[in-house]
Design a protein around this ligand. Sequence first.
Ligand code: FAD
Length: 623
Amino acid sequence: MWYQDSFDVIVVGGGHAGTEACLAAARMGCKTLLLTHNIDTLGAMSCNPAIGGIGKGHLVKEIDALGGLMAEAIDHGGIQFRTLNSSKGPAVRATRAQADRLLYKAYVRNYLENQENLTIFQQPCDDLILENDQIIGVSTQMGLKFKGKTVVLTVGTFLAGQIHIGLNNYQGGRAGDPASVNLASRLRDMPFRIERLKTGTPPRLDARTLDFSVMQEQPGDTPVPTFSFMGKAEHHPQQIPCYITHTNEQTHQVIRDGLDRSPMYTGVIEGVGPRYCPSIEDKIMRFADKASHQIFVEPEGLTTHEVYPNGISTSLPFDVQMDLVRSIKGFENAHITRPGYAIEYDYFDPRDLKQTLESKFINNLFFAGQINGTTGYEEAGAQGLVAGMNAACRVQDKEGWTPGREQAYMGVLIDDLSTLGTKEPYRMFTSRAEYRLLLREDNADIRLTEKGRELGLVGDERWQRFCEKMENIELERQRLRGLWVQKDHEATEKLNPMLKNPISREANLEDLLRRPETRYEDLMSIEAFGPGLADKQAAEQVEIQIKYAGYIERQLDEIDKKKRHEDTLIPADFDFAQISGLSNEVVAKLTDARPETLGKASRISGITPAAISLLLVYLKKHG
Ligand code: FAD
């Protein structure tokens, strides 16, 4: 039976990718359906209740800059906020917040329910409906069919999900939720390259059975940071601390003794796990010389006693989990409320996707989130937004858009995935970006909000605030350029103690702010210059733009040089073998990856600059 209405965009899955995807499409004015297993799990955090961190925080700010939800939801649900790397340069500073998972989920659900153009429906999607090589809808477990011009698939860890605790295993999408078995088997009949990955989670503990007095307390930052460019500290609920404890030699022995019943070390699990988020058994084996590993003891919320011991993700049998937990300082009497487990699931080779996250094989079908081989809410949300927006562009006959590597971490993420693919769960790091100095958390709005507005993703209130901020920055920079001091200026007496070398000749405030030892705030405390901008975000920009101007310009130059060839198109049916001089290996790699542009070709591992030059010369000659 067909549902009476048809949709522009159907999003399957209400996780972090799905919510951003459906919201993006709906904001752009498309009639959108979110089809998900269970409305009560919208916005659920499958693993740790935390958003952000190095590289990930950057993605959250970019989602926000494009009008997305994640930053706003964590501002309303975050119970401990910190700026990581706060003593380092602005490029690698990152915001991280511990979430109250119930508050976070409730905020997401409420927001979705109130989004214009969005319909939510609870049913498992069991099949995709195709007409030749184009998707035209989906069908659900009870046989209901939905017609859609485009479909965005965001089903996370659920496809043929298999949960492992010790040598026991059973089907599941994550603890407490069913796997997507029918859909997984239908997708296996389609022309996709599908592999298995695995990820894991630690046991959860009852805080009332822990001794926090022997752990190190870790308070959040003051003043409390915010995630959203529209965020305010008063949006945050009550703030509470996290704690730190450690594993010890006894813990490690318990783990080693249990390895003969570990699904990972007995070969029961075949999927590859996340390198940068390893299980505790992995850590003990890989770093055998380390006598101890840190555990962050993180509250799961304000209204629950459950805590998340970050650092002891495991799929060892439950009795081993009990012993390893109780060997840890402060956990001696711990009660485990939920066992740790690992999950194996199907993912799609993301090299089979275009930059817009549309399938290369089935038109109007987009993929986003964990099913593309990534791990993390932020990576999922970023892809969801891009996929939902591109699906909407397709419906509205607009050209699709994905930010470039020089524009956003989102661009780095999608380019890495679609060009290089991944053999292990991919997570974002600042080190993955070659233009780190430009891709900062603090300027995500400057990089993306204007484009978001043009696409219809950014609403009036955010746009107005953004324009105001840009104006404040510009006016303040003009003012600082016009403020001059000399040796005998009335303010020089107050200024000199702040400077390494006292003022010897005339300088304006921009020159002074360029000196490493000066801070905008300190300069503005001098009456003759202050009080300066009340708009803290604009003030931060003024300082960063002036201080790092030299480095930023150099990076912009580099981008300019690269860009000249980056976007040179390679025809879809191009025969790489016709270029004499390319090795068989290079031809095979290029043929396999089918890069759309020269830039993408250059990032395929094993493709040398020499090969790219040959390709460029050929394309120019025959283009
Ligand atoms: P999900 O959040 O999984 O959402 C998928 C959604 O699709 C769900 O709402 C589901 O109900 C729905 N759905 C599935 N199938 C269907 C269907 N057929 N029809 C309708 N709806 C469907 N991330 C980290 O960064 N670090 C970690 O250490 C980490 N560990 C993890 C451990 C475990 C055990 C799990 C399960 C996840 C872990 N994650 C971790 C990953 C994190 O949870 C995901 O990266 C993130 O949730 C992915 O978002 P998503 O939107 O792609 O998928």
